[in-house]
Design a protein around this ligand. Structure first.
Ligand code: APR
Length: 320
């Protein structure tokens, strides 16, 4: 059977890590694309030269033209600029919107059957624009945010409780980052909800709120430490989990920025919700009832994402 083909649009920090992980997991042949000449070719060759040591068989190549992504099964988009200290994700909007227009046209022409995962920030607005620019069906274009936000939350909780990260589950909704909505009553240690763990004295409600806030600020914490860019290992790992669920039809339940067409009372927008990812892309959106506090946080998140989408429409009237 022919190998799957995975195209990585943007071969910077996240793109390079995506290629490495996809290779190590033998998800398919990998094409790195970037506008920087030589860089995707150099990373592809360096990674290919690691494959005998690690024992993986994946074709690895680099390209500066969209022809190179032709026929891809999965496309993961990180093209654009990352944050510097003091910048919010929203500061990236104008420049990255132009990048999404080019990338969308390339995908439309050369990989119209792909499952597309967008990582470029500000995520919820960029994935919305990418779906419009590419014209691909909404179930095949998705944004990576929730897996990362919930992974950060899980890690912080596992550290707090001194338990394995494997036994902590987290449920997050809403936009990426500042307006993320953590659902503590659905986040658990081995099935025991955090709200019960507070009652059991494992941590105080105040401490839980601190951990939630650290999760919301998780991206900024990394930017502040790195100073020259933003997080890349955890974002790449998160997108690979989504790609793997699609390619292997695992039907994993993963929080993703998905196109809402009436779910959660929203239309024509992308927002983080629990989804099922399988061979048909986003196969299902899981809609839960929100209590009044959660609804208030969710509405705030919707308003913030809608603000960014409106800004996109002003910059590029074709999107309106
Ligand atoms: N087409 C293709 N690639 C582009 C384009 C474009 N129009 N514009 C920029 N790039 C490339 C850059 O040359 C660079 O190699 O995108 C790559 C981005 O890589 P990094 O600067 O290392 O950024 P990275 O850390 O990978 O983050 C990428 O993901 O998490 C988000 O906020 C982050 O939006 C940022 C994106």
């Amino acid at each position: 059977m022919a190998r799957n083909k995975i195209a990585l649009i943007g071969s910077g920090q996240i793109g390079g890590t995506l290629a490495h992980l996809a290779g190590l997991k033998e998800l398919g042949d990998i094409v790195l694309f970037d506008i920087a000449e030589g860089m995707p070719q150099g990373k592809a060759l360096d990674l290919a030269e690691s494959s005998p040591v690690d024992g993986f068989d994946s074709g690895l190549s680099g390209t500066n033209t969209y022809e190179g992504i032709a026929g891809s099964d999965v496309v993961i988009v990180t093209a654009g600029v990352p944050r510097k200290p003091g910048m919010s994700r929203d500061d990236l909007l104008e420049i990255n919107l132009k990048v999404m227009e080019q990338v969308g046209a390339g995908i439309k022409k050369y990989a119209p059957d792909a499952f597309v995962i967008c990582i470029t920030n500000p995520l919820d607005a960029m994935v919305w624009a990418l779906q419009k620019f590419s014209g691909l069906p909404a179930n095949k274009v998705v944004g990576m945010a929730g897996v990362l936000d919930s992974s950060r939350f899980r890690y912080f909780l596992a550290e707090e409780f001194k338990v394995s990260v494997e036994d902590v589950t987290a449920f997050v909704l809403g936009g990426h980052g500042d307006t993320m909505v953590p659902l503590t009553r659905y986040s658990t240690v081995a099935g025991v909800p955090l709200t019960d763990l507070v009652k059991m004295g494992w941590l105080t409600a105040e401490r839980l709120e601190e951990i939630v806030q650290r999760t919301r600020d998780g991206g900024a914490e990394i930017v502040g430490l790195l100073k020259t860019g933003s997080a890349f290992y955890a974002p790449a790992a998160s997108a690979i989990a989504m790609a793997e669920s699609y390619l292997k039809d695992k039907k994993r339940v993963l929080p993703c920025a998905a196109y809402l067409d009436g779910q959660y009372g929203q239309k024509d927008m992308y927002l983080g919700v629990p989804t099922v990812i399988g061979e048909n892309g986003i196969e299902r959106i899981i809609e839960i009832d929100l209590n009044s506090d959660e609804k208030a946080m969710f509405d705030k998140s919707v308003a913030s994402v809608n603000g960014l989408v409106d800004a996109c429409k002003k910059i590029q009237p074709a999107l309106a």
